[in-house]
Ligand binder design. Structure first.
Ligand SMILES: [Fe+2]
Length: 153
């Protein structure tokens, strides 16, 4: 089992009407995404040009590594893991080729972020699995913290 996050509920389920294989595939893509984010953050921390960015990337690396570990542990409970979807792999390859430098966002972008956050939180609350719902809250909270620290740099 992967890293244990204290306080997480242990009740989990495959949503009704969803084939278990399709559910495992969906959660697996979240895992692969987080794993790639972890790797990119680690690489970026080594290329960062200021101490502030080093701190941001190291924090992001720790967060993304933890997220990947949590999804992996969830998949272990489901009993399976699917390989990365080819479309996601291509997308991540393209994205990781770009310089991912944290930048200050304009107020209109912050408004968009706040709106996206509200929508994301609403979707999270609709997740039928209590454990995945809790994991998603945790990941969203971390992402919020990462964006806030990037803004204050
Ligand atoms: Fe993440």
């Amino acid at each position: 089992m992967g890293p244990v996050v204290r306080g997480l509920v242990t009740t989990y389920c495959v949503p009704r009407g969803v084939r278990p294989r399709a559910y495992v595939d969906m959660v697996s893509q979240l895992y692969h995404f987080e794993k790639r984010a972890s790797r990119c953050s680690g690489a970026s921390s080594k290329r960062a040009t200021t101490a502030a960015f080093v701190v941001i990337y190291i924090r992001r690396f720790a967060d993304e590594t933890r997220h990947a570990g949590i999804y992996r542990a969830y998949l272990e409970r489901l009993g399976d893991m699917a390989p990365i979807n080819e479309g996601l792999r291509i997308l991540l390859d393209v994205a990781s080729g770009r310089a991912l430098v944290p930048q200050q966002s304009r107020s209109s972008e912050r408004h968009d972020e706040a709106d996206a956050e509200r929508q994301q939180n609403a979707q999270i609350e609709k997740l039928p699995c209590p454990l995945l719902r809790q994991i998603s809250r945790l990941v969203a909270q971390d992402e919020l913290g990462t964006r806030a620290s990037a803004r204050s740099t």
